[in-house]
Design a protein around this ligand. Sequence first.
Ligand SMILES: *Cc1c(COP(=O)(O)O)cnc(C)c1O
Length: 341
Amino acid sequence: MEINLVSDTITKPTYEMLQYMFNAEVGDDVYKQDPTVIELEDTIADVFGMEAGLFFPSGTMANQTAIKLHTQPGEQIIADKYAHIYLYEAGGASFNSGVSFSLLDGDQGRITAEQVAGAINDPEFYHSPLTSLVCVENTTNKGGGACYELDELQKIKTVCDAHNLKFHLDGARIWNALIAKKQDPKSFGRLFDTISVCLSKGLGAPIGSVLLADKATITRALRIRKMLGGGMRQVGYLAAAGLYALDHNVIRLSEDHRRAKELAGILRKTSWVATIAPVETNIVIFTLKSNYKEAEVIEKLKQKNISISAMGQGKLRMVTHLDYREVMHTYVLETLSKLAL
Ligand SMILES: *Cc1c(COP(=O)(O)O)cnc(C)c1O
């Protein structure tokens, strides 16, 4: 039994999902003639109470499109220092949009309205880049799956409005936040100019993200997606996986969250773990006491058929997901509690 806790992106489509994909009705989506893609875009837009959606092959391309929509070259984005758009999109923001970042030192990847307000450059002071966009991530990835409170996001939105800034949500794992916090997706739809959501993380689809916005913005996004090379043809087969995932794999995310909390509970009792970041969703980030080495722990677990990952700066990560089943969980809990280092 191979147990992979490296990421929630490692899930494979089930037989039922593949069957649903196989039966999809498709057309040429570049001509907007794929009914399944349209159904997925409309369904997710409705969930968030937004006007329109656009299907993307990856969350990165959806985020990059959002940045391009909201900025001009030379301008600046405000985001947390751990932001995926800053750390893990290959410098795409500077390459595709010619923008720089003002990075904030948030709490587990979450930033506050006060921090945002303090990072906005005076638009009259022409020596500084013009601030034009604020991006938040929910849940945070490198921040350890932390979730925002809606009232803090509302405060950030108020700051954005007062300073004429656009507001983008990188919601790769928004589904986890919605389940963990029992929040209404429409509250998010009301706050943001654009939202990107992933179907290929906790929801278990093999591919796919959707960018949400008003109709006029999505019309502009269509051209940007084309510029980035993201026009796709009979891609309803892939959109079908997303529709299947929305129907079957959202509510069950609470199981991933319970298991992540139980993993943290066991880690807390070991002699080799120093700190564990608060676990709110499906990500557990922990550090080791100074006499233990990360590579050693990873290797020891590997010998027991358990894969976890290192995140740099002494941090280790475990992510629970659809393919991490209860039998595996029982085995991992037992293995961790007995692990001799
Ligand atoms: C995974 C992820 C993305 C998008 O990743 P892709 O692999 O391009 O789909 C964006 N933001 C966050 C926070 C992520 O975790």
